[in-house]
Design a protein around this ligand. Structure first.
Ligand SMILES: *C/C=C(C)/C=C/C=C(C)/C=C/C1=C(C)CCCC1(C)C
Length: 238
């Protein structure tokens, strides 16, 4: 079998490798810290660890896949997201539960995130020609999540759940507004011919590489950063 190494100019493979390492390290950290986390926050910190752990396993696989084929591991990327994004919704539910969050709120968040991801997947794979339409539907579901977290039920519950929870929820809300907005940028970069007439990268291979790098950076920021906000909250008195 051919021996595969990461070329020094292969930024895609490099970010897959760093991503794997970072997700593994973050998981070890969250799991080990569970033993000195108060009962009240243990489930939340556990979920942070599950998010980075699921990502670590997928990244390990995607890293190998990309190195061997030179291609973008779209399918496993979306399998990862379909497992981890709903878990991020669970985090919002868990931290606002004490203020009275109902399970229906969790289902709303999960449902919207599934619509966002399934339509994004269709636009990236099955119906490339319709990628603008699928991107718009996905974007609408994304804005609904942003709405719930910034102005809707999540925001309202957070204000009555105590200062620390309110502060943490606001920080997480920024992750969703700014950190998650990086993904549609990757989608636009990776769409052949560009979206809305904005062709950012002309060469299809280069476009797909740009998309992977953007997604890899976004995942590290959003999964590890998000988990650390929960971890920081677990160290407060509230
Ligand atoms: C850990 C993974 C996370 C937080 C993934 C989040 C993914 C998104 C917010 C994706 C959003 C998309 C759009 C809003 C439109 C274009 C299609 C997507 C799926 C890239």
């Amino acid at each position: 079998m051919e021996h595969l190494t990461i070329g020094s100019d292969n930024y895609v493979a490099f970010t897959f490798f760093i991503g794997t390492m970072a997700m593994m390290a973050a998981s070890v950290f969250f799991f080990f810290e569970l033993s000195n986390t108060s009962q009240k926050w243990r489930t939340s910190v556990l979920v942070s660890g599950l998010i980075t752990f699921i990502a670590a396993v997928h990244y390990y696989y995607m890293r190998g896949y990309n190195l061997e084929t030179g291609e973008s591991p779209t399918f496993f990327r979306y399998v990862d997201w379909i497992l981890t994004v709903p878990l991020m919704c669970v985090e919002f539910y868990l931290i606002t539960r004490k203020a009275g969050a109902k399970i229906a709120l969790l289902w709303k968040l999960i449902f919207a995130s599934l619509v966002m991801l399934v339509t994004g997947y269709i636009g990236e794979t099955i119906d490339r020609d319709g990628s603008v339409l699928w991107g718009v539907i996905s974007g609408a579901a994304y804005f609904y999540i942003v709405y719930l977290i910034w102005f809707g039920e999540v925001a309202k519950l957070a204000t009555t759940a105590g200062t620390q929870v309110a502060k943490a929820t606001r920080t997480l809300a920024w992750f969703v507004l700014v950190g998650w907005a990086i993904y549609p940028l990757g989608y636009i970069l990776g769409t052949p011919g560009g979206l809305f007439g904005a062709q950012l990268v002309a060469d299809p291979a280069a476009a797909s590489h740009a998309m992977d790098i953007v997604y890899n950076i976004a995942d590290a920021v959003n999964k590890i950063g998000f988990g650390l906000v929960i971890y920081a909250l677990s160290r407060t008195e509230d």
